[in-house]
Write a protein that binds this ligand. Structure first.
Ligand code: C2O
Ligand code: CU
Length: 463
């Protein structure tokens, strides 16, 4: 049962399906009487999907599309999602960022058994926290998310002014089958990381690249909400032209977000940024990637403003600055920034090394199967420090809890920024804190999912 310790996984992957915990199904939460219920069925299935003009590939999907069907509900709803598995491999659904109760977290071997081919499994939770979240398989996730098993989970606030337009934009990158990237394999001079980067050569938003990206429509005077979700393994710098505010990150509102202009918002794997654009000139926009590679022209999202006559807003491309989340929003003293004594303080040094299996990604020099679970009690305050001593980015994700970023590289973050995924770049030291308020067994791992599969994961358990 959930109260017992999980035996250490025999494999370095956090996704090994150890033990039989399918009886959790019986203990899933149920709606309260009178609570509105929103029901969905997500069928994991193969599909052929046109990623880019002339490039159609075999993908894995929820309900036949990439991304899978959007789950959009209203705060207070009970959400019931039945997963039907029509693939030849086991799958699950993990609700990334949404603080579900542990039985619905979708981590095989930890909260459930993976759902076998032909089987179904039902997830249930009350959507009481508004915001932008997403869902994805957590079984062999470095492969399954890569193949398309993901979608958006949007919880609309119960009472608040709705934007005029509300668009979900999920970023991802793909490898063209039989494409030029395969030439990189034998070269020997590339690191694993460089090789991986060079293999992704199709960049998509909502499963479409380049000319297949649908333009967004807006009217002069509209407030347009753009919900960016990064479902891929590379960070994407997205240039937002004109005036905008970043109103939330990882589903959590930012207090008093100021208007910024013409900035690049860097979105790490797993992160979300909600942007509110005020359409105050009758010109079209081009929201485009400013990544450090040759594929930027594949990621251009046109915003067509009615009455624009096709005129596009001008941008000084050489003067663009990067949006700085940690110096944004109103300085605030939160419960977490006032904590005097943390029940657990833990430093996770992130790195990689070679062992008998090739390259592994480590926390304190160990891989998942060698790392003890972090132990907490309900009500504990927990402080984690992520220190990246390696050479590649590690966007670190904590399941089941929102955390506050307290410090970045020795500098206190004055605004109480709440997140579930935080980018830790080489050399960075990031301090986060959360309250242990969601009993269960949870994962902490890098969201470059190859790194998680390669060992960079640790469990958090309640005693
Ligand atoms: Cu989105 Cu354990 O991950
Ligand atoms: Cu990583």
């Amino acid at each position: 049962s959930m109260g017992e310790a999980i035996p250490p996984s025999p494999s370095p992957s956090p996704e090994a399906t150890a033990g039989t915990v399918q009886e959790e199904q019986a203990t899933l939460p149920h709606p309260k009487s009178g609570q509105p219920v929103k029901g969905f069925t997500l069928t994991a299935m193969e599909s052929n999907w046109e990623l880019a003009s002339g490039v159609t590939q075999a993908v894995w999907t929820y309900n036949g599309t990439v991304p899978g069907q959007e789950i959009r509900v209203t705060q207070g709803d009970f959400v019931r999602v039945t997963l039907k598995n029509e693939l030849q491999v086991p799958v699950t659904i993990h609700w990334h960022g949404y603080p579900v109760t542990a039985g619905s977290d979708g981590v095989p071997g930890i909260t459930q058994d993976a759902v076998k081919p032909g089987e179904t499994y039902t997830y249930g939770f009350t959507a009481d926290v508004a915001g932008t979240y997403w869902y994805h398989s957590h079984q062999e996730s470095s492969e399954q998310v890569d193949k398309g098993l993901y979608g958006a989970l949007i919880v609309e606030p119960e009472q608040s002014e709705q934007p005029d337009k509300d668009y979900t934009l999920i970023l991802d990158e793909w490898m063209k089958e039989g494409g030029d990237a395969h030439g990189a394999h034998g070269s020997g001079s590339m690191s694993d990381e460089e090789m991986m980067a060079s293999m992704y050569n199709i960049y998509t938003v909502n499963g479409k690249s380049g000319s297949l990206i649908k333009s967004l429509e807006a009217n002069l005077g509209d407030t347009v909400r753009l919900r960016f979700i990064n479902a891929g393994y590379r960070s994407h710098g997205i240039h937002i032209p004109g005036e905008f505010r970043v109103v939330s990150t990882d589903g959590q509102e930012i207090a008093e977000p100021a208007v910024v202009k013409d900035e690049i918002v860097n979105i790490a794997p797993g992160e979300r940024y909600d942007i509110e654009l005020k359409i105050n000139s009758p010109k079209d926009y081009a929201i485009e990637a400013h990544d450090d590679n040759k594929y930027n022209d594949q990621l251009v999202i046109p915003v067509k403003v009615s009455g624009s006559k096709g005129e596009e807003m001008e941008v000084q491309h050489d003067q663009l600055t990067a949006f700085d989340l940690y110096n944004y929003g109103k300085p605030a003293e939160s419960e977490l920034s006032k904590v005097q004594k943390f029940a657990l303080e833990y430093t996770a040094v992130l790195n990689s090394k070679m062992n008998g299996n090739g390259q592994v990604y480590t926390i304190n020099d160990k891989v998942f199967s060698e790392l003890p679970a972090l132990q907490v009690k309900t009500g504990d305050y927990v402080k984690l420090t992520f220190e990246n001593q390696g050479t590649v980015d590690h966007p670190m994700h904590v399941h089941g809890h929102f955390f506050q970023v307290l410090e970045k590289n020795g500098i206190k973050v004055e605004s109480a920024i709440m997140k579930d995924t935080v980018m830790v770049k080489p050399g960075d030291k990031i301090v986060i804190a959360f309250k242990a308020d969601n009993p269960g067994n949870w994962m902490i791992h890098c969201h470059e999912l190859h790194h998680a599969a390669g060992g960079m994961a640790q469990q958090l358990t309640y005693t």
